[in-house]
Design a protein around this ligand. Structure first.
Ligand SMILES: C[S@@+](CC[C@H](N)C(=O)[O-])C[C@H]1O[C@@H](n2cnc3c(N)ncnc32)[C@H](O)[C@@H]1O
Length: 485
């Protein structure tokens, strides 16, 4: 296997934007999704110790870190630490086990460039007060929808929030009808107020916001509401629909895919997913690290690879959390030694506090943020920084000598700054893996959409496009699907 770039193509949009066509979420060195997922799952099984525990509980992860990794992260220079997560650069200059880790990662992870930052709408009155990030997202996605939905007459914005996306779309497609569905009533109210305040008076005939929790079977509700919107607007019913959503979190983006497949009137789907870790757990239990999700794995392709594997790849909540963390796009490269030290110190300290609890207790950091103290960390530091609570009563309780004993047991394993340095090494390994984890989640969805369309005998075109500058907006890929006739 050799590392190659996926096929990329820059496109200019009609609305003066530029985005990357990302034709596949699979590096081009792989023939098919089955081989790709099999190889990824094998890799994840071998390195699940890097991500399978929540970071607050990472002491077991550093305990089982292989010796060569430990040695490397205890001796590493700041420059090398900063370079490590950039897996597509400088592949061979590492001790053998780390070299192999990076090499495998570079083969499995698509190497993408984001579009450059573009003109932000700082002076646009309707978007006053919005961050550069939000402004970029709204402008790029609205332009993309505008460019690709020339024949669509109704846009259904799922998880419409405060209505920013639909307002931008109204500016681009004033003759289009827009239905914004949002679960949170307070946001619906704010979206309606913004509409009255910022858009021309006529807009209230074409934009409607409704409070609705959208599920995979909300199709008839959407049909009814869009028909009513058309009637009120004085236009003909049976219009074609595009389903859209900016940062449709958790299961909402999956529900959008189901609606696209099920509803005959829906022609296009433009959905930008986020917050993968909020996916619904199958057993609805209270265990936040539960391993089984209703919508992940979603595709038969990934499901098969997971089943085939003899080991557990731990596609659990910490995996999903890593998948939706910031990518390394620019922040890691320039991280100072002081910043690494402080991060490692705080994370190790938090993990220590967690590791000495018994199963009936939990801790919370105390309110004031104490400055980083000197090494070695003592038990007094833990008591000063964390409040202990009983899970049963929720009341605060006192630290006990048994906690202190446990603390000493762990502290003797990692003397001086070793614990913090290894924890920072673990973070570095996670940073290197983040893109692969996200790719597994996104590619699984793309495969599912293709499989489901095939089962329904629908001809669809489906792909991801990188719409945003990743340095500003880490969740930058839109899943674009279109029914072809
Ligand atoms: C990350 S916010 C994005 C809001 C908006 N699209 C934006 O970009 O400004 C996600 C929104 O989706 C809403 N949401 C989540 N799940 C939903 C569901 N199943 N049905 C309707 N709204 C949902 C949340 O209440 C939240 O407002």
């Amino acid at each position: 296997m050799t590392a190659t770039r996926p096929e990329l193509e820059f496109c200019g949009g009609n609305a003066g934007t530029q985005y990357l066509i990302f034709n596949m979420s699979m590096p081009s060195s792989f023939r098919d999704s089955e081989t790709y997922f099999d190889t990824v799952i094998e890799f994840l099984c071998s390195y699940s110790w890097i991500y399978r525990e929540a970071n607050v509980a990472c002491i077991p992860s550093i305990n089982i870190m292989p010796l060569e990794f430990k040695k490397y992260f205890l001796e590493i220079s700041n420059e090398k630490l900063n370079a490590f997560p950039y897996i597509h650069e400088n592949i061979s200059d590492y001790p053998s086990e780390l070299c192999s880790f990076r090499q495998q990662l570079s083969i499995l992870t698509p190497n993408l460039n984001s579009p450059k930052t573009f003109d932000v709408m700082r002076n646009n009155r309707n978007h006053k007060g919005l961050s550069t990030k939000k402004t970029q997202e709204i402008k790029q996605l609205a332009a993309h929808i505008h460019d690709h939905c020339a024949n669509t007459q109704v846009l259904v914005d799922l998880g419409a929030g405060l209505g920013y996306l639909s307002h931008a779309l109204y500016g681009l497609k004033p003759d289009c009808l827009i239905l914004g569905l949002e679960a949170d009533m307070a946001r619906v109210e704010q979206a309606r107020q913004r509409c009255l305040r910022c858009l021309p008076p006529d807009a209230i005939n074409s934009i409607r916001y409704l409070q609705k929790f959208v599920s995979f079977d909300s199709g008839s509700y959407i049909d009814e509401q869009t028909s009513e919107l058309a009637r009120n607007n004085g236009s003909l019913d049976r219009k074609t629909i595009s389903i859209i959503g900016l940062h449709a979190c958790g299961d909402l983006s999956i529900n959008a895919m189901h609606l696209f497949l099920k509803m005959p009137r829906v022609q296009c789907l433009h959905i930008m997913p986020c917050c993968y870790h909020k996916l619904e757990v199958v057993n609805h239990g209270r265990d936040s690290d539960a391993k089984s999700f209703t919508n992940f794995p979603l595709s038969a392709a990934l499901g098969k690879s997971v089943k085939k594997s003899f080991k557990n790849p731990f596609l659990n909540r910490p995996f999903l959390r890593l998948a939706c963390q910031r990518s390394t796009s620019n922040w890691w490269r320039d991280c100072t030694e002081g910043a690494h030290k402080e991060h490692g110190y705080r994370m190790y300290m938090r993990a220590l506090a967690e590791a000495i609890l018994n199963s009936t207790e939990f801790v919370k950091p105390r309110k004031s943020r104490f400055p980083v103290a000197s090494y070695p960390i003592d038990f007094f530091e833990i008591k000063r920084r964390f409040q202990l609570f009983s899970k049963e009563s929720g009341a605060s309780v006192e630290w006990q000598p048994s906690h202190e004993n446990m603390f000493f047991e762990i502290s003797t394993m990692y003397t001086d700054q070793e614990g913090s340095m290894l924890v920072e090494g673990l973070t570095c390994l996670q940073a290197a893996m983040q893109k692969l984890c996200e790719n597994v989640v996104l590619f699984d969805r793309l495969c599912f959409l293709k499989e489901a369309a095939e089962n329904q005998k629908l001809t669809v075109q489906v792909r991801y496009e990188t719409l945003f500058d990743e340095k500003i907006s880490p969740r930058c890929q839109v899943l674009f699907a279109e029914k072809l006739f």
